[in-house]
Design a binder for this molecule. Structure first.
Ligand code: 13P
Ligand code: SF4
Length: 365
């Protein structure tokens, strides 16, 4: 019998150490009934409690494969939504702090995407000519929009293959919400820069002329990640001049010039693998979130590898960092008592179409 939920206020004043032992005890009590998924950007004091870790593509797959009753997602809101959509109806996807959002995902919403689609229909027939592609960093209703309009979801791992899939079906792509991932992936498949136009969702017709829309192959939503925009060309140039033999690796959410100057560009998991598997005594400049970079730097230090953060300032994903040991302990102890707190439940009709777009992606890679 579930009891009344334990209030978070009782956990707020707890020290991290106290939370630590309570998390361990609650995990032991829950056993296989709960699985904790942790994204690579998660803070160290939470990440260490994750049963499974990965980038957003891996975590989506894992969410669809686990048999646990409770999928506790130490990530951000859109990730827990994907876990709910891809898991069985009897499982519960849980986000320990509802305020753990993604500022980039918030840069697109259904009203604005539907308006863009309507405006595009003044120039051409979007449902025949344009594949809507949403980065997984987006709300479930945008994934549903893609599912309903012949579109697809992508992650930073598979955006290139997803664009190829899209162009095999329709001649243009509307890519949202991250212009940088869209531009880099378009560039990777050989689309000239002047055929990739930014769609400014605050302007009528995206700020473009009908002629520009007809010419464009990719329309890039004017969104970005507030963390990755901190990495600048000058950071790369400074590193190159100091360490000519050093290597530069960036996430494709970085701007185009930073990606172009990098030796490697790829997802969080790609970054971890590339540096882990590199030769000993190498030096790396990394353009992605600080928690990941700090963890990786410690991990490869014994092999003489030096891992440096690309920006001179601290850039953490502050929304993901809202999942702290206090919220995790609170969530798990409630589950032990039979109380499901902070469940993420996508409405069924939305989930149905979003699942179509996600499954298309999972079949591509
Ligand atoms: P990955 O798909 O590489 O895990 O990235 C997710 C993300 O939000 C990067 O900012
Ligand atoms: Fe969103 Fe940027 Fe955080 Fe990734 S790093 S979850 S894109 S805000």
């Amino acid at each position: 019998m579930p009891s009344a939920a334990i209030a978070f206020d009782r956990f707020r004043p707890l020290q991290d150490d106290a939370c630590d032992s309570r998390i361990v005890a609650a995990k032991a009590a829950l056993g296989k009934r709960a699985v904790i998924l942790g994204h690579h950007y998660q803070r160290a004091d939470v990440y260490k409690h994750a049963d499974l870790t990965g980038d957003s593509l891996q975590l989506s797959r894992l969410a669809g494969q686990t048999d646990a009753d409770y999928i506790v997602f130490c990530g951000v809101h859109f990730m827990a939504e994907v876990a709910d959509i891809l898991s069985k109806p009897t499982q519960a996807a849980i986000l320990p702090d509802m305020a753990a959002g993604c500022s980039m995902a918030d840069m697109a919403n259904l009203a604005k995407v539907e308006r863009a689609w309507r405006e595009l229909s003044e120039v051409l027939e979007p449902d025949e000519k344009i594949t809507p592609v949403t980065y997984i960093n987006s709300a479930a209703d945008l994934k549903a929009f893609c599912g309903e309009h012949g579109g697809i979801v992508c992650t930073s791992t598979n955006a290139k293959q997803v664009l190829e899939w899209s162009f095999a079906r329709r001649e243009k792509v509307l890519f949202f919400p991250d212009q940088h991932l869209g531009r880099w992936s378009g560039y990777m498949i050989g689309i000239p820069p002047d055929e990739m136009m930014v769609w400014d969702f605050d302007e009528p017709l995206g700020g473009l002329t009908p002629e520009q829309i007809r010419k464009a192959k990719v329309l890039l939503w004017k969104g970005h990640c507030s963390v990755h925009q901190m990495f600048q060309v000058q950071n790369v140039l400074n590193f190159r001049s100091r360490y000519p033999e050093g290597m530069v690796i960036s996430h494709p959410e970085c701007n185009f010039e930073v990606c172009k100057l990098s030796d490697y560009v790829g997802s969080t998991d790609f970054i971890i693998k590339t540096i882990t598997e590199s030769k000993p005594n190498t030096r790396w400049l990394v353009g992605t979130e600080l928690n990941l970079v700090n963890r990786l730097a410690e991990q490869v230090k014994p092999q003489g590898k030096v891992v440096q953060f690309m920006a001179p300032t601290i850039c953490v994903c502050s929304t993901m960092a809202r999942i702290d040991p206090q919220h995790l302990a609170w969530t798990l102890e409630n589950l032990v008592e039979g109380n499901i707190v902070n469940q993420i439940k996508v409405p069924e009709r939305e989930a149905e179409f979003a699942r179509i777009a996600l499954k298309r992606m999972l079949e591509v890679v």
